[in-house]
Design a protein around this ligand. Structure first.
Ligand code: MTE
Ligand code: MO
Length: 361
């Protein structure tokens, strides 16, 4: 990557991590890889990513406002939202920055390895019904979602804001969620209300949502500009939306604390994990036990839901020695995970193949 030059205050090529990165890693959290054994991630194991402070919300005065270029602005309190039609569905969410720590140079930001993915059961009311009730004006092009958390990022003072084009905002599966795994949202996951857009990378799912504005021009705030696959600060890049295909393996055997290495007993070992994509369907998962030199088809389980990951397993006869295990998935449009992670300026949308070192004894 010698040809890539980036500024030193936003990026580093250091193998060690900065205090600011460690602080982010403690405030937020990843799903322990054992969570890949479970179809639904318990709330306490679900990954977490907050840019700014968790806001305090008093639901006795809290309201959701729907306004902007609509025929009839609406205000709803939590009880009114709860009384609307509701749906519950498992949704796999992955942070767009998953894998950032392996980039070189790496963006100074949440230093995920591969733990920023989880699947929860979300309950909420379809956004479509609310937008139809408000009535979109003819000039409407996007819907802007604003959270109550505020901070500074990229020199921009902001409330966390993301937009969706009208056709995406009107999709049936897009919901305003007030429950996660059957309980009210916990403060860190967006209490009392968040947007859930199945299939899209994590940043789209605006937490602590209290304002929905229909707008007549594309929104260009910082949280839109950051989520692009670009080669540098001056490259506008391509906007990222839905999750790329990816598979991960639940760690077999036992860990050699505190290293990343594992010890597995020789003989019959069932390797398992989960695979997902936000675009179409996972069509194939392959496992390698020789660092990608040869690949073997894994068996796919049924998906947990239309917008959730599917389990896979592979029966391995483990022979004594040192092995590098890899797993890669392919989607129904024949996109396959790259063996080498593709470098992007913001360290987003990386779905490079995961490698795990194991010693068989
Ligand atoms: N208001 C608000 N919404 C937000 C964020 C945030 O910082 N503020 N982080 C986003 C990002 S980057 C991700 S990956 C997901 C994480 O959701 P979770 O913490 O519930 O797993 O929330 C998204 N929604
Ligand atoms: Mo994220």
């Amino acid at each position: 990557m010698a040809d890539i030059q980036v500024s030193e205050d936003t990026h580093t090529s250091d193998d060690k991590f900065y205090l600011s990165e460690v602080q982010l890693a403690f405030r937020n959290r990843g799903m322990p890889a054992e969570g890949l054994r479970l179809p639904i991630t318990p709330t306490g194991m679900h990954y977490l990513l907050n840019h700014f402070d968790i806001p305090e919300v008093d639901t006795s005065t809290w309201q959701l406002t729907i306004d902007g270029h609509v025929k009839k602005p609406i205000r709803l309190d939590l009880e009114e939202i709860n009384q609307r039609p509701s749906v519950t569905m498992p949704v796999t969410m992955e942070c767009a920055g998953n894998g950032r720590a392996f980039m070189k140079p790496r963006r100074i930001n949440q230093p995920w390895m591969r733990e920023a993915v989880s699947t929860a059961e979300w309950t909420g009311t379809p956004l479509k019904g609310i937008l139809e009730e408000a009535g979109l004006a003819d000039e409407a092009v996007e819907v802007l979602f604003t959270g109550r958390d505020r901070g500074v990022q990229g020199d921009e003072y902001q409330y966390y804001q993301r937009s969706l084009r009208i056709e995406n905002a009107m999709r049936d599966e897009v919901i305003l969620a007030y429950e996660m795994n059957g309980a009210p949202l916990e403060p860190q996951h967006g209490y009392p209300l968040r947007l859930v857009v199945p299939g899209w990378y994590g940043m789209t799912n605006v937490k602590w949502l209290d304002r929905i504005q229909v707008i007549k021009e594309p929104f260009k705030g910082y949280q839109m500009l950051f989520y692009v696959e670009s080669r540098g600060e001056d490259d506008a890049g391509t906007t990222i939306e839905t999750m790329k295909v990816r598979a991960l393996m639940a760690p077999p055997g036992i860990q050699v604390f505190p290293s990343l290495e594992r010890i597995v007993e020789a003989g019959h070992v069932t390797l398992r994990g989960r695979a997902w994509t936000g675009r179409n369907q996972v069509s194939r998962v392959e496992v390698s036990i020789d660092d990608g030199a040869s690949w073997h088809d894994a068996v796919l389980d049924d998906p947990v839901g239309q917008f959730a990951w599917r389990g896979w397993h592979y029966e391995w006869i483990a022979k004594v020695g040192h092995h590098v295990l890899c797993v890669r998935a392919t989607d129904s449009e024949d996109n396959v995970q790259p063996t080498d992670q593709v470098w992007t300026y913001y360290g987003v949308a990386n779905n490079g193949v995961a490698r795990m070192e194991v010693t068989v004894e």
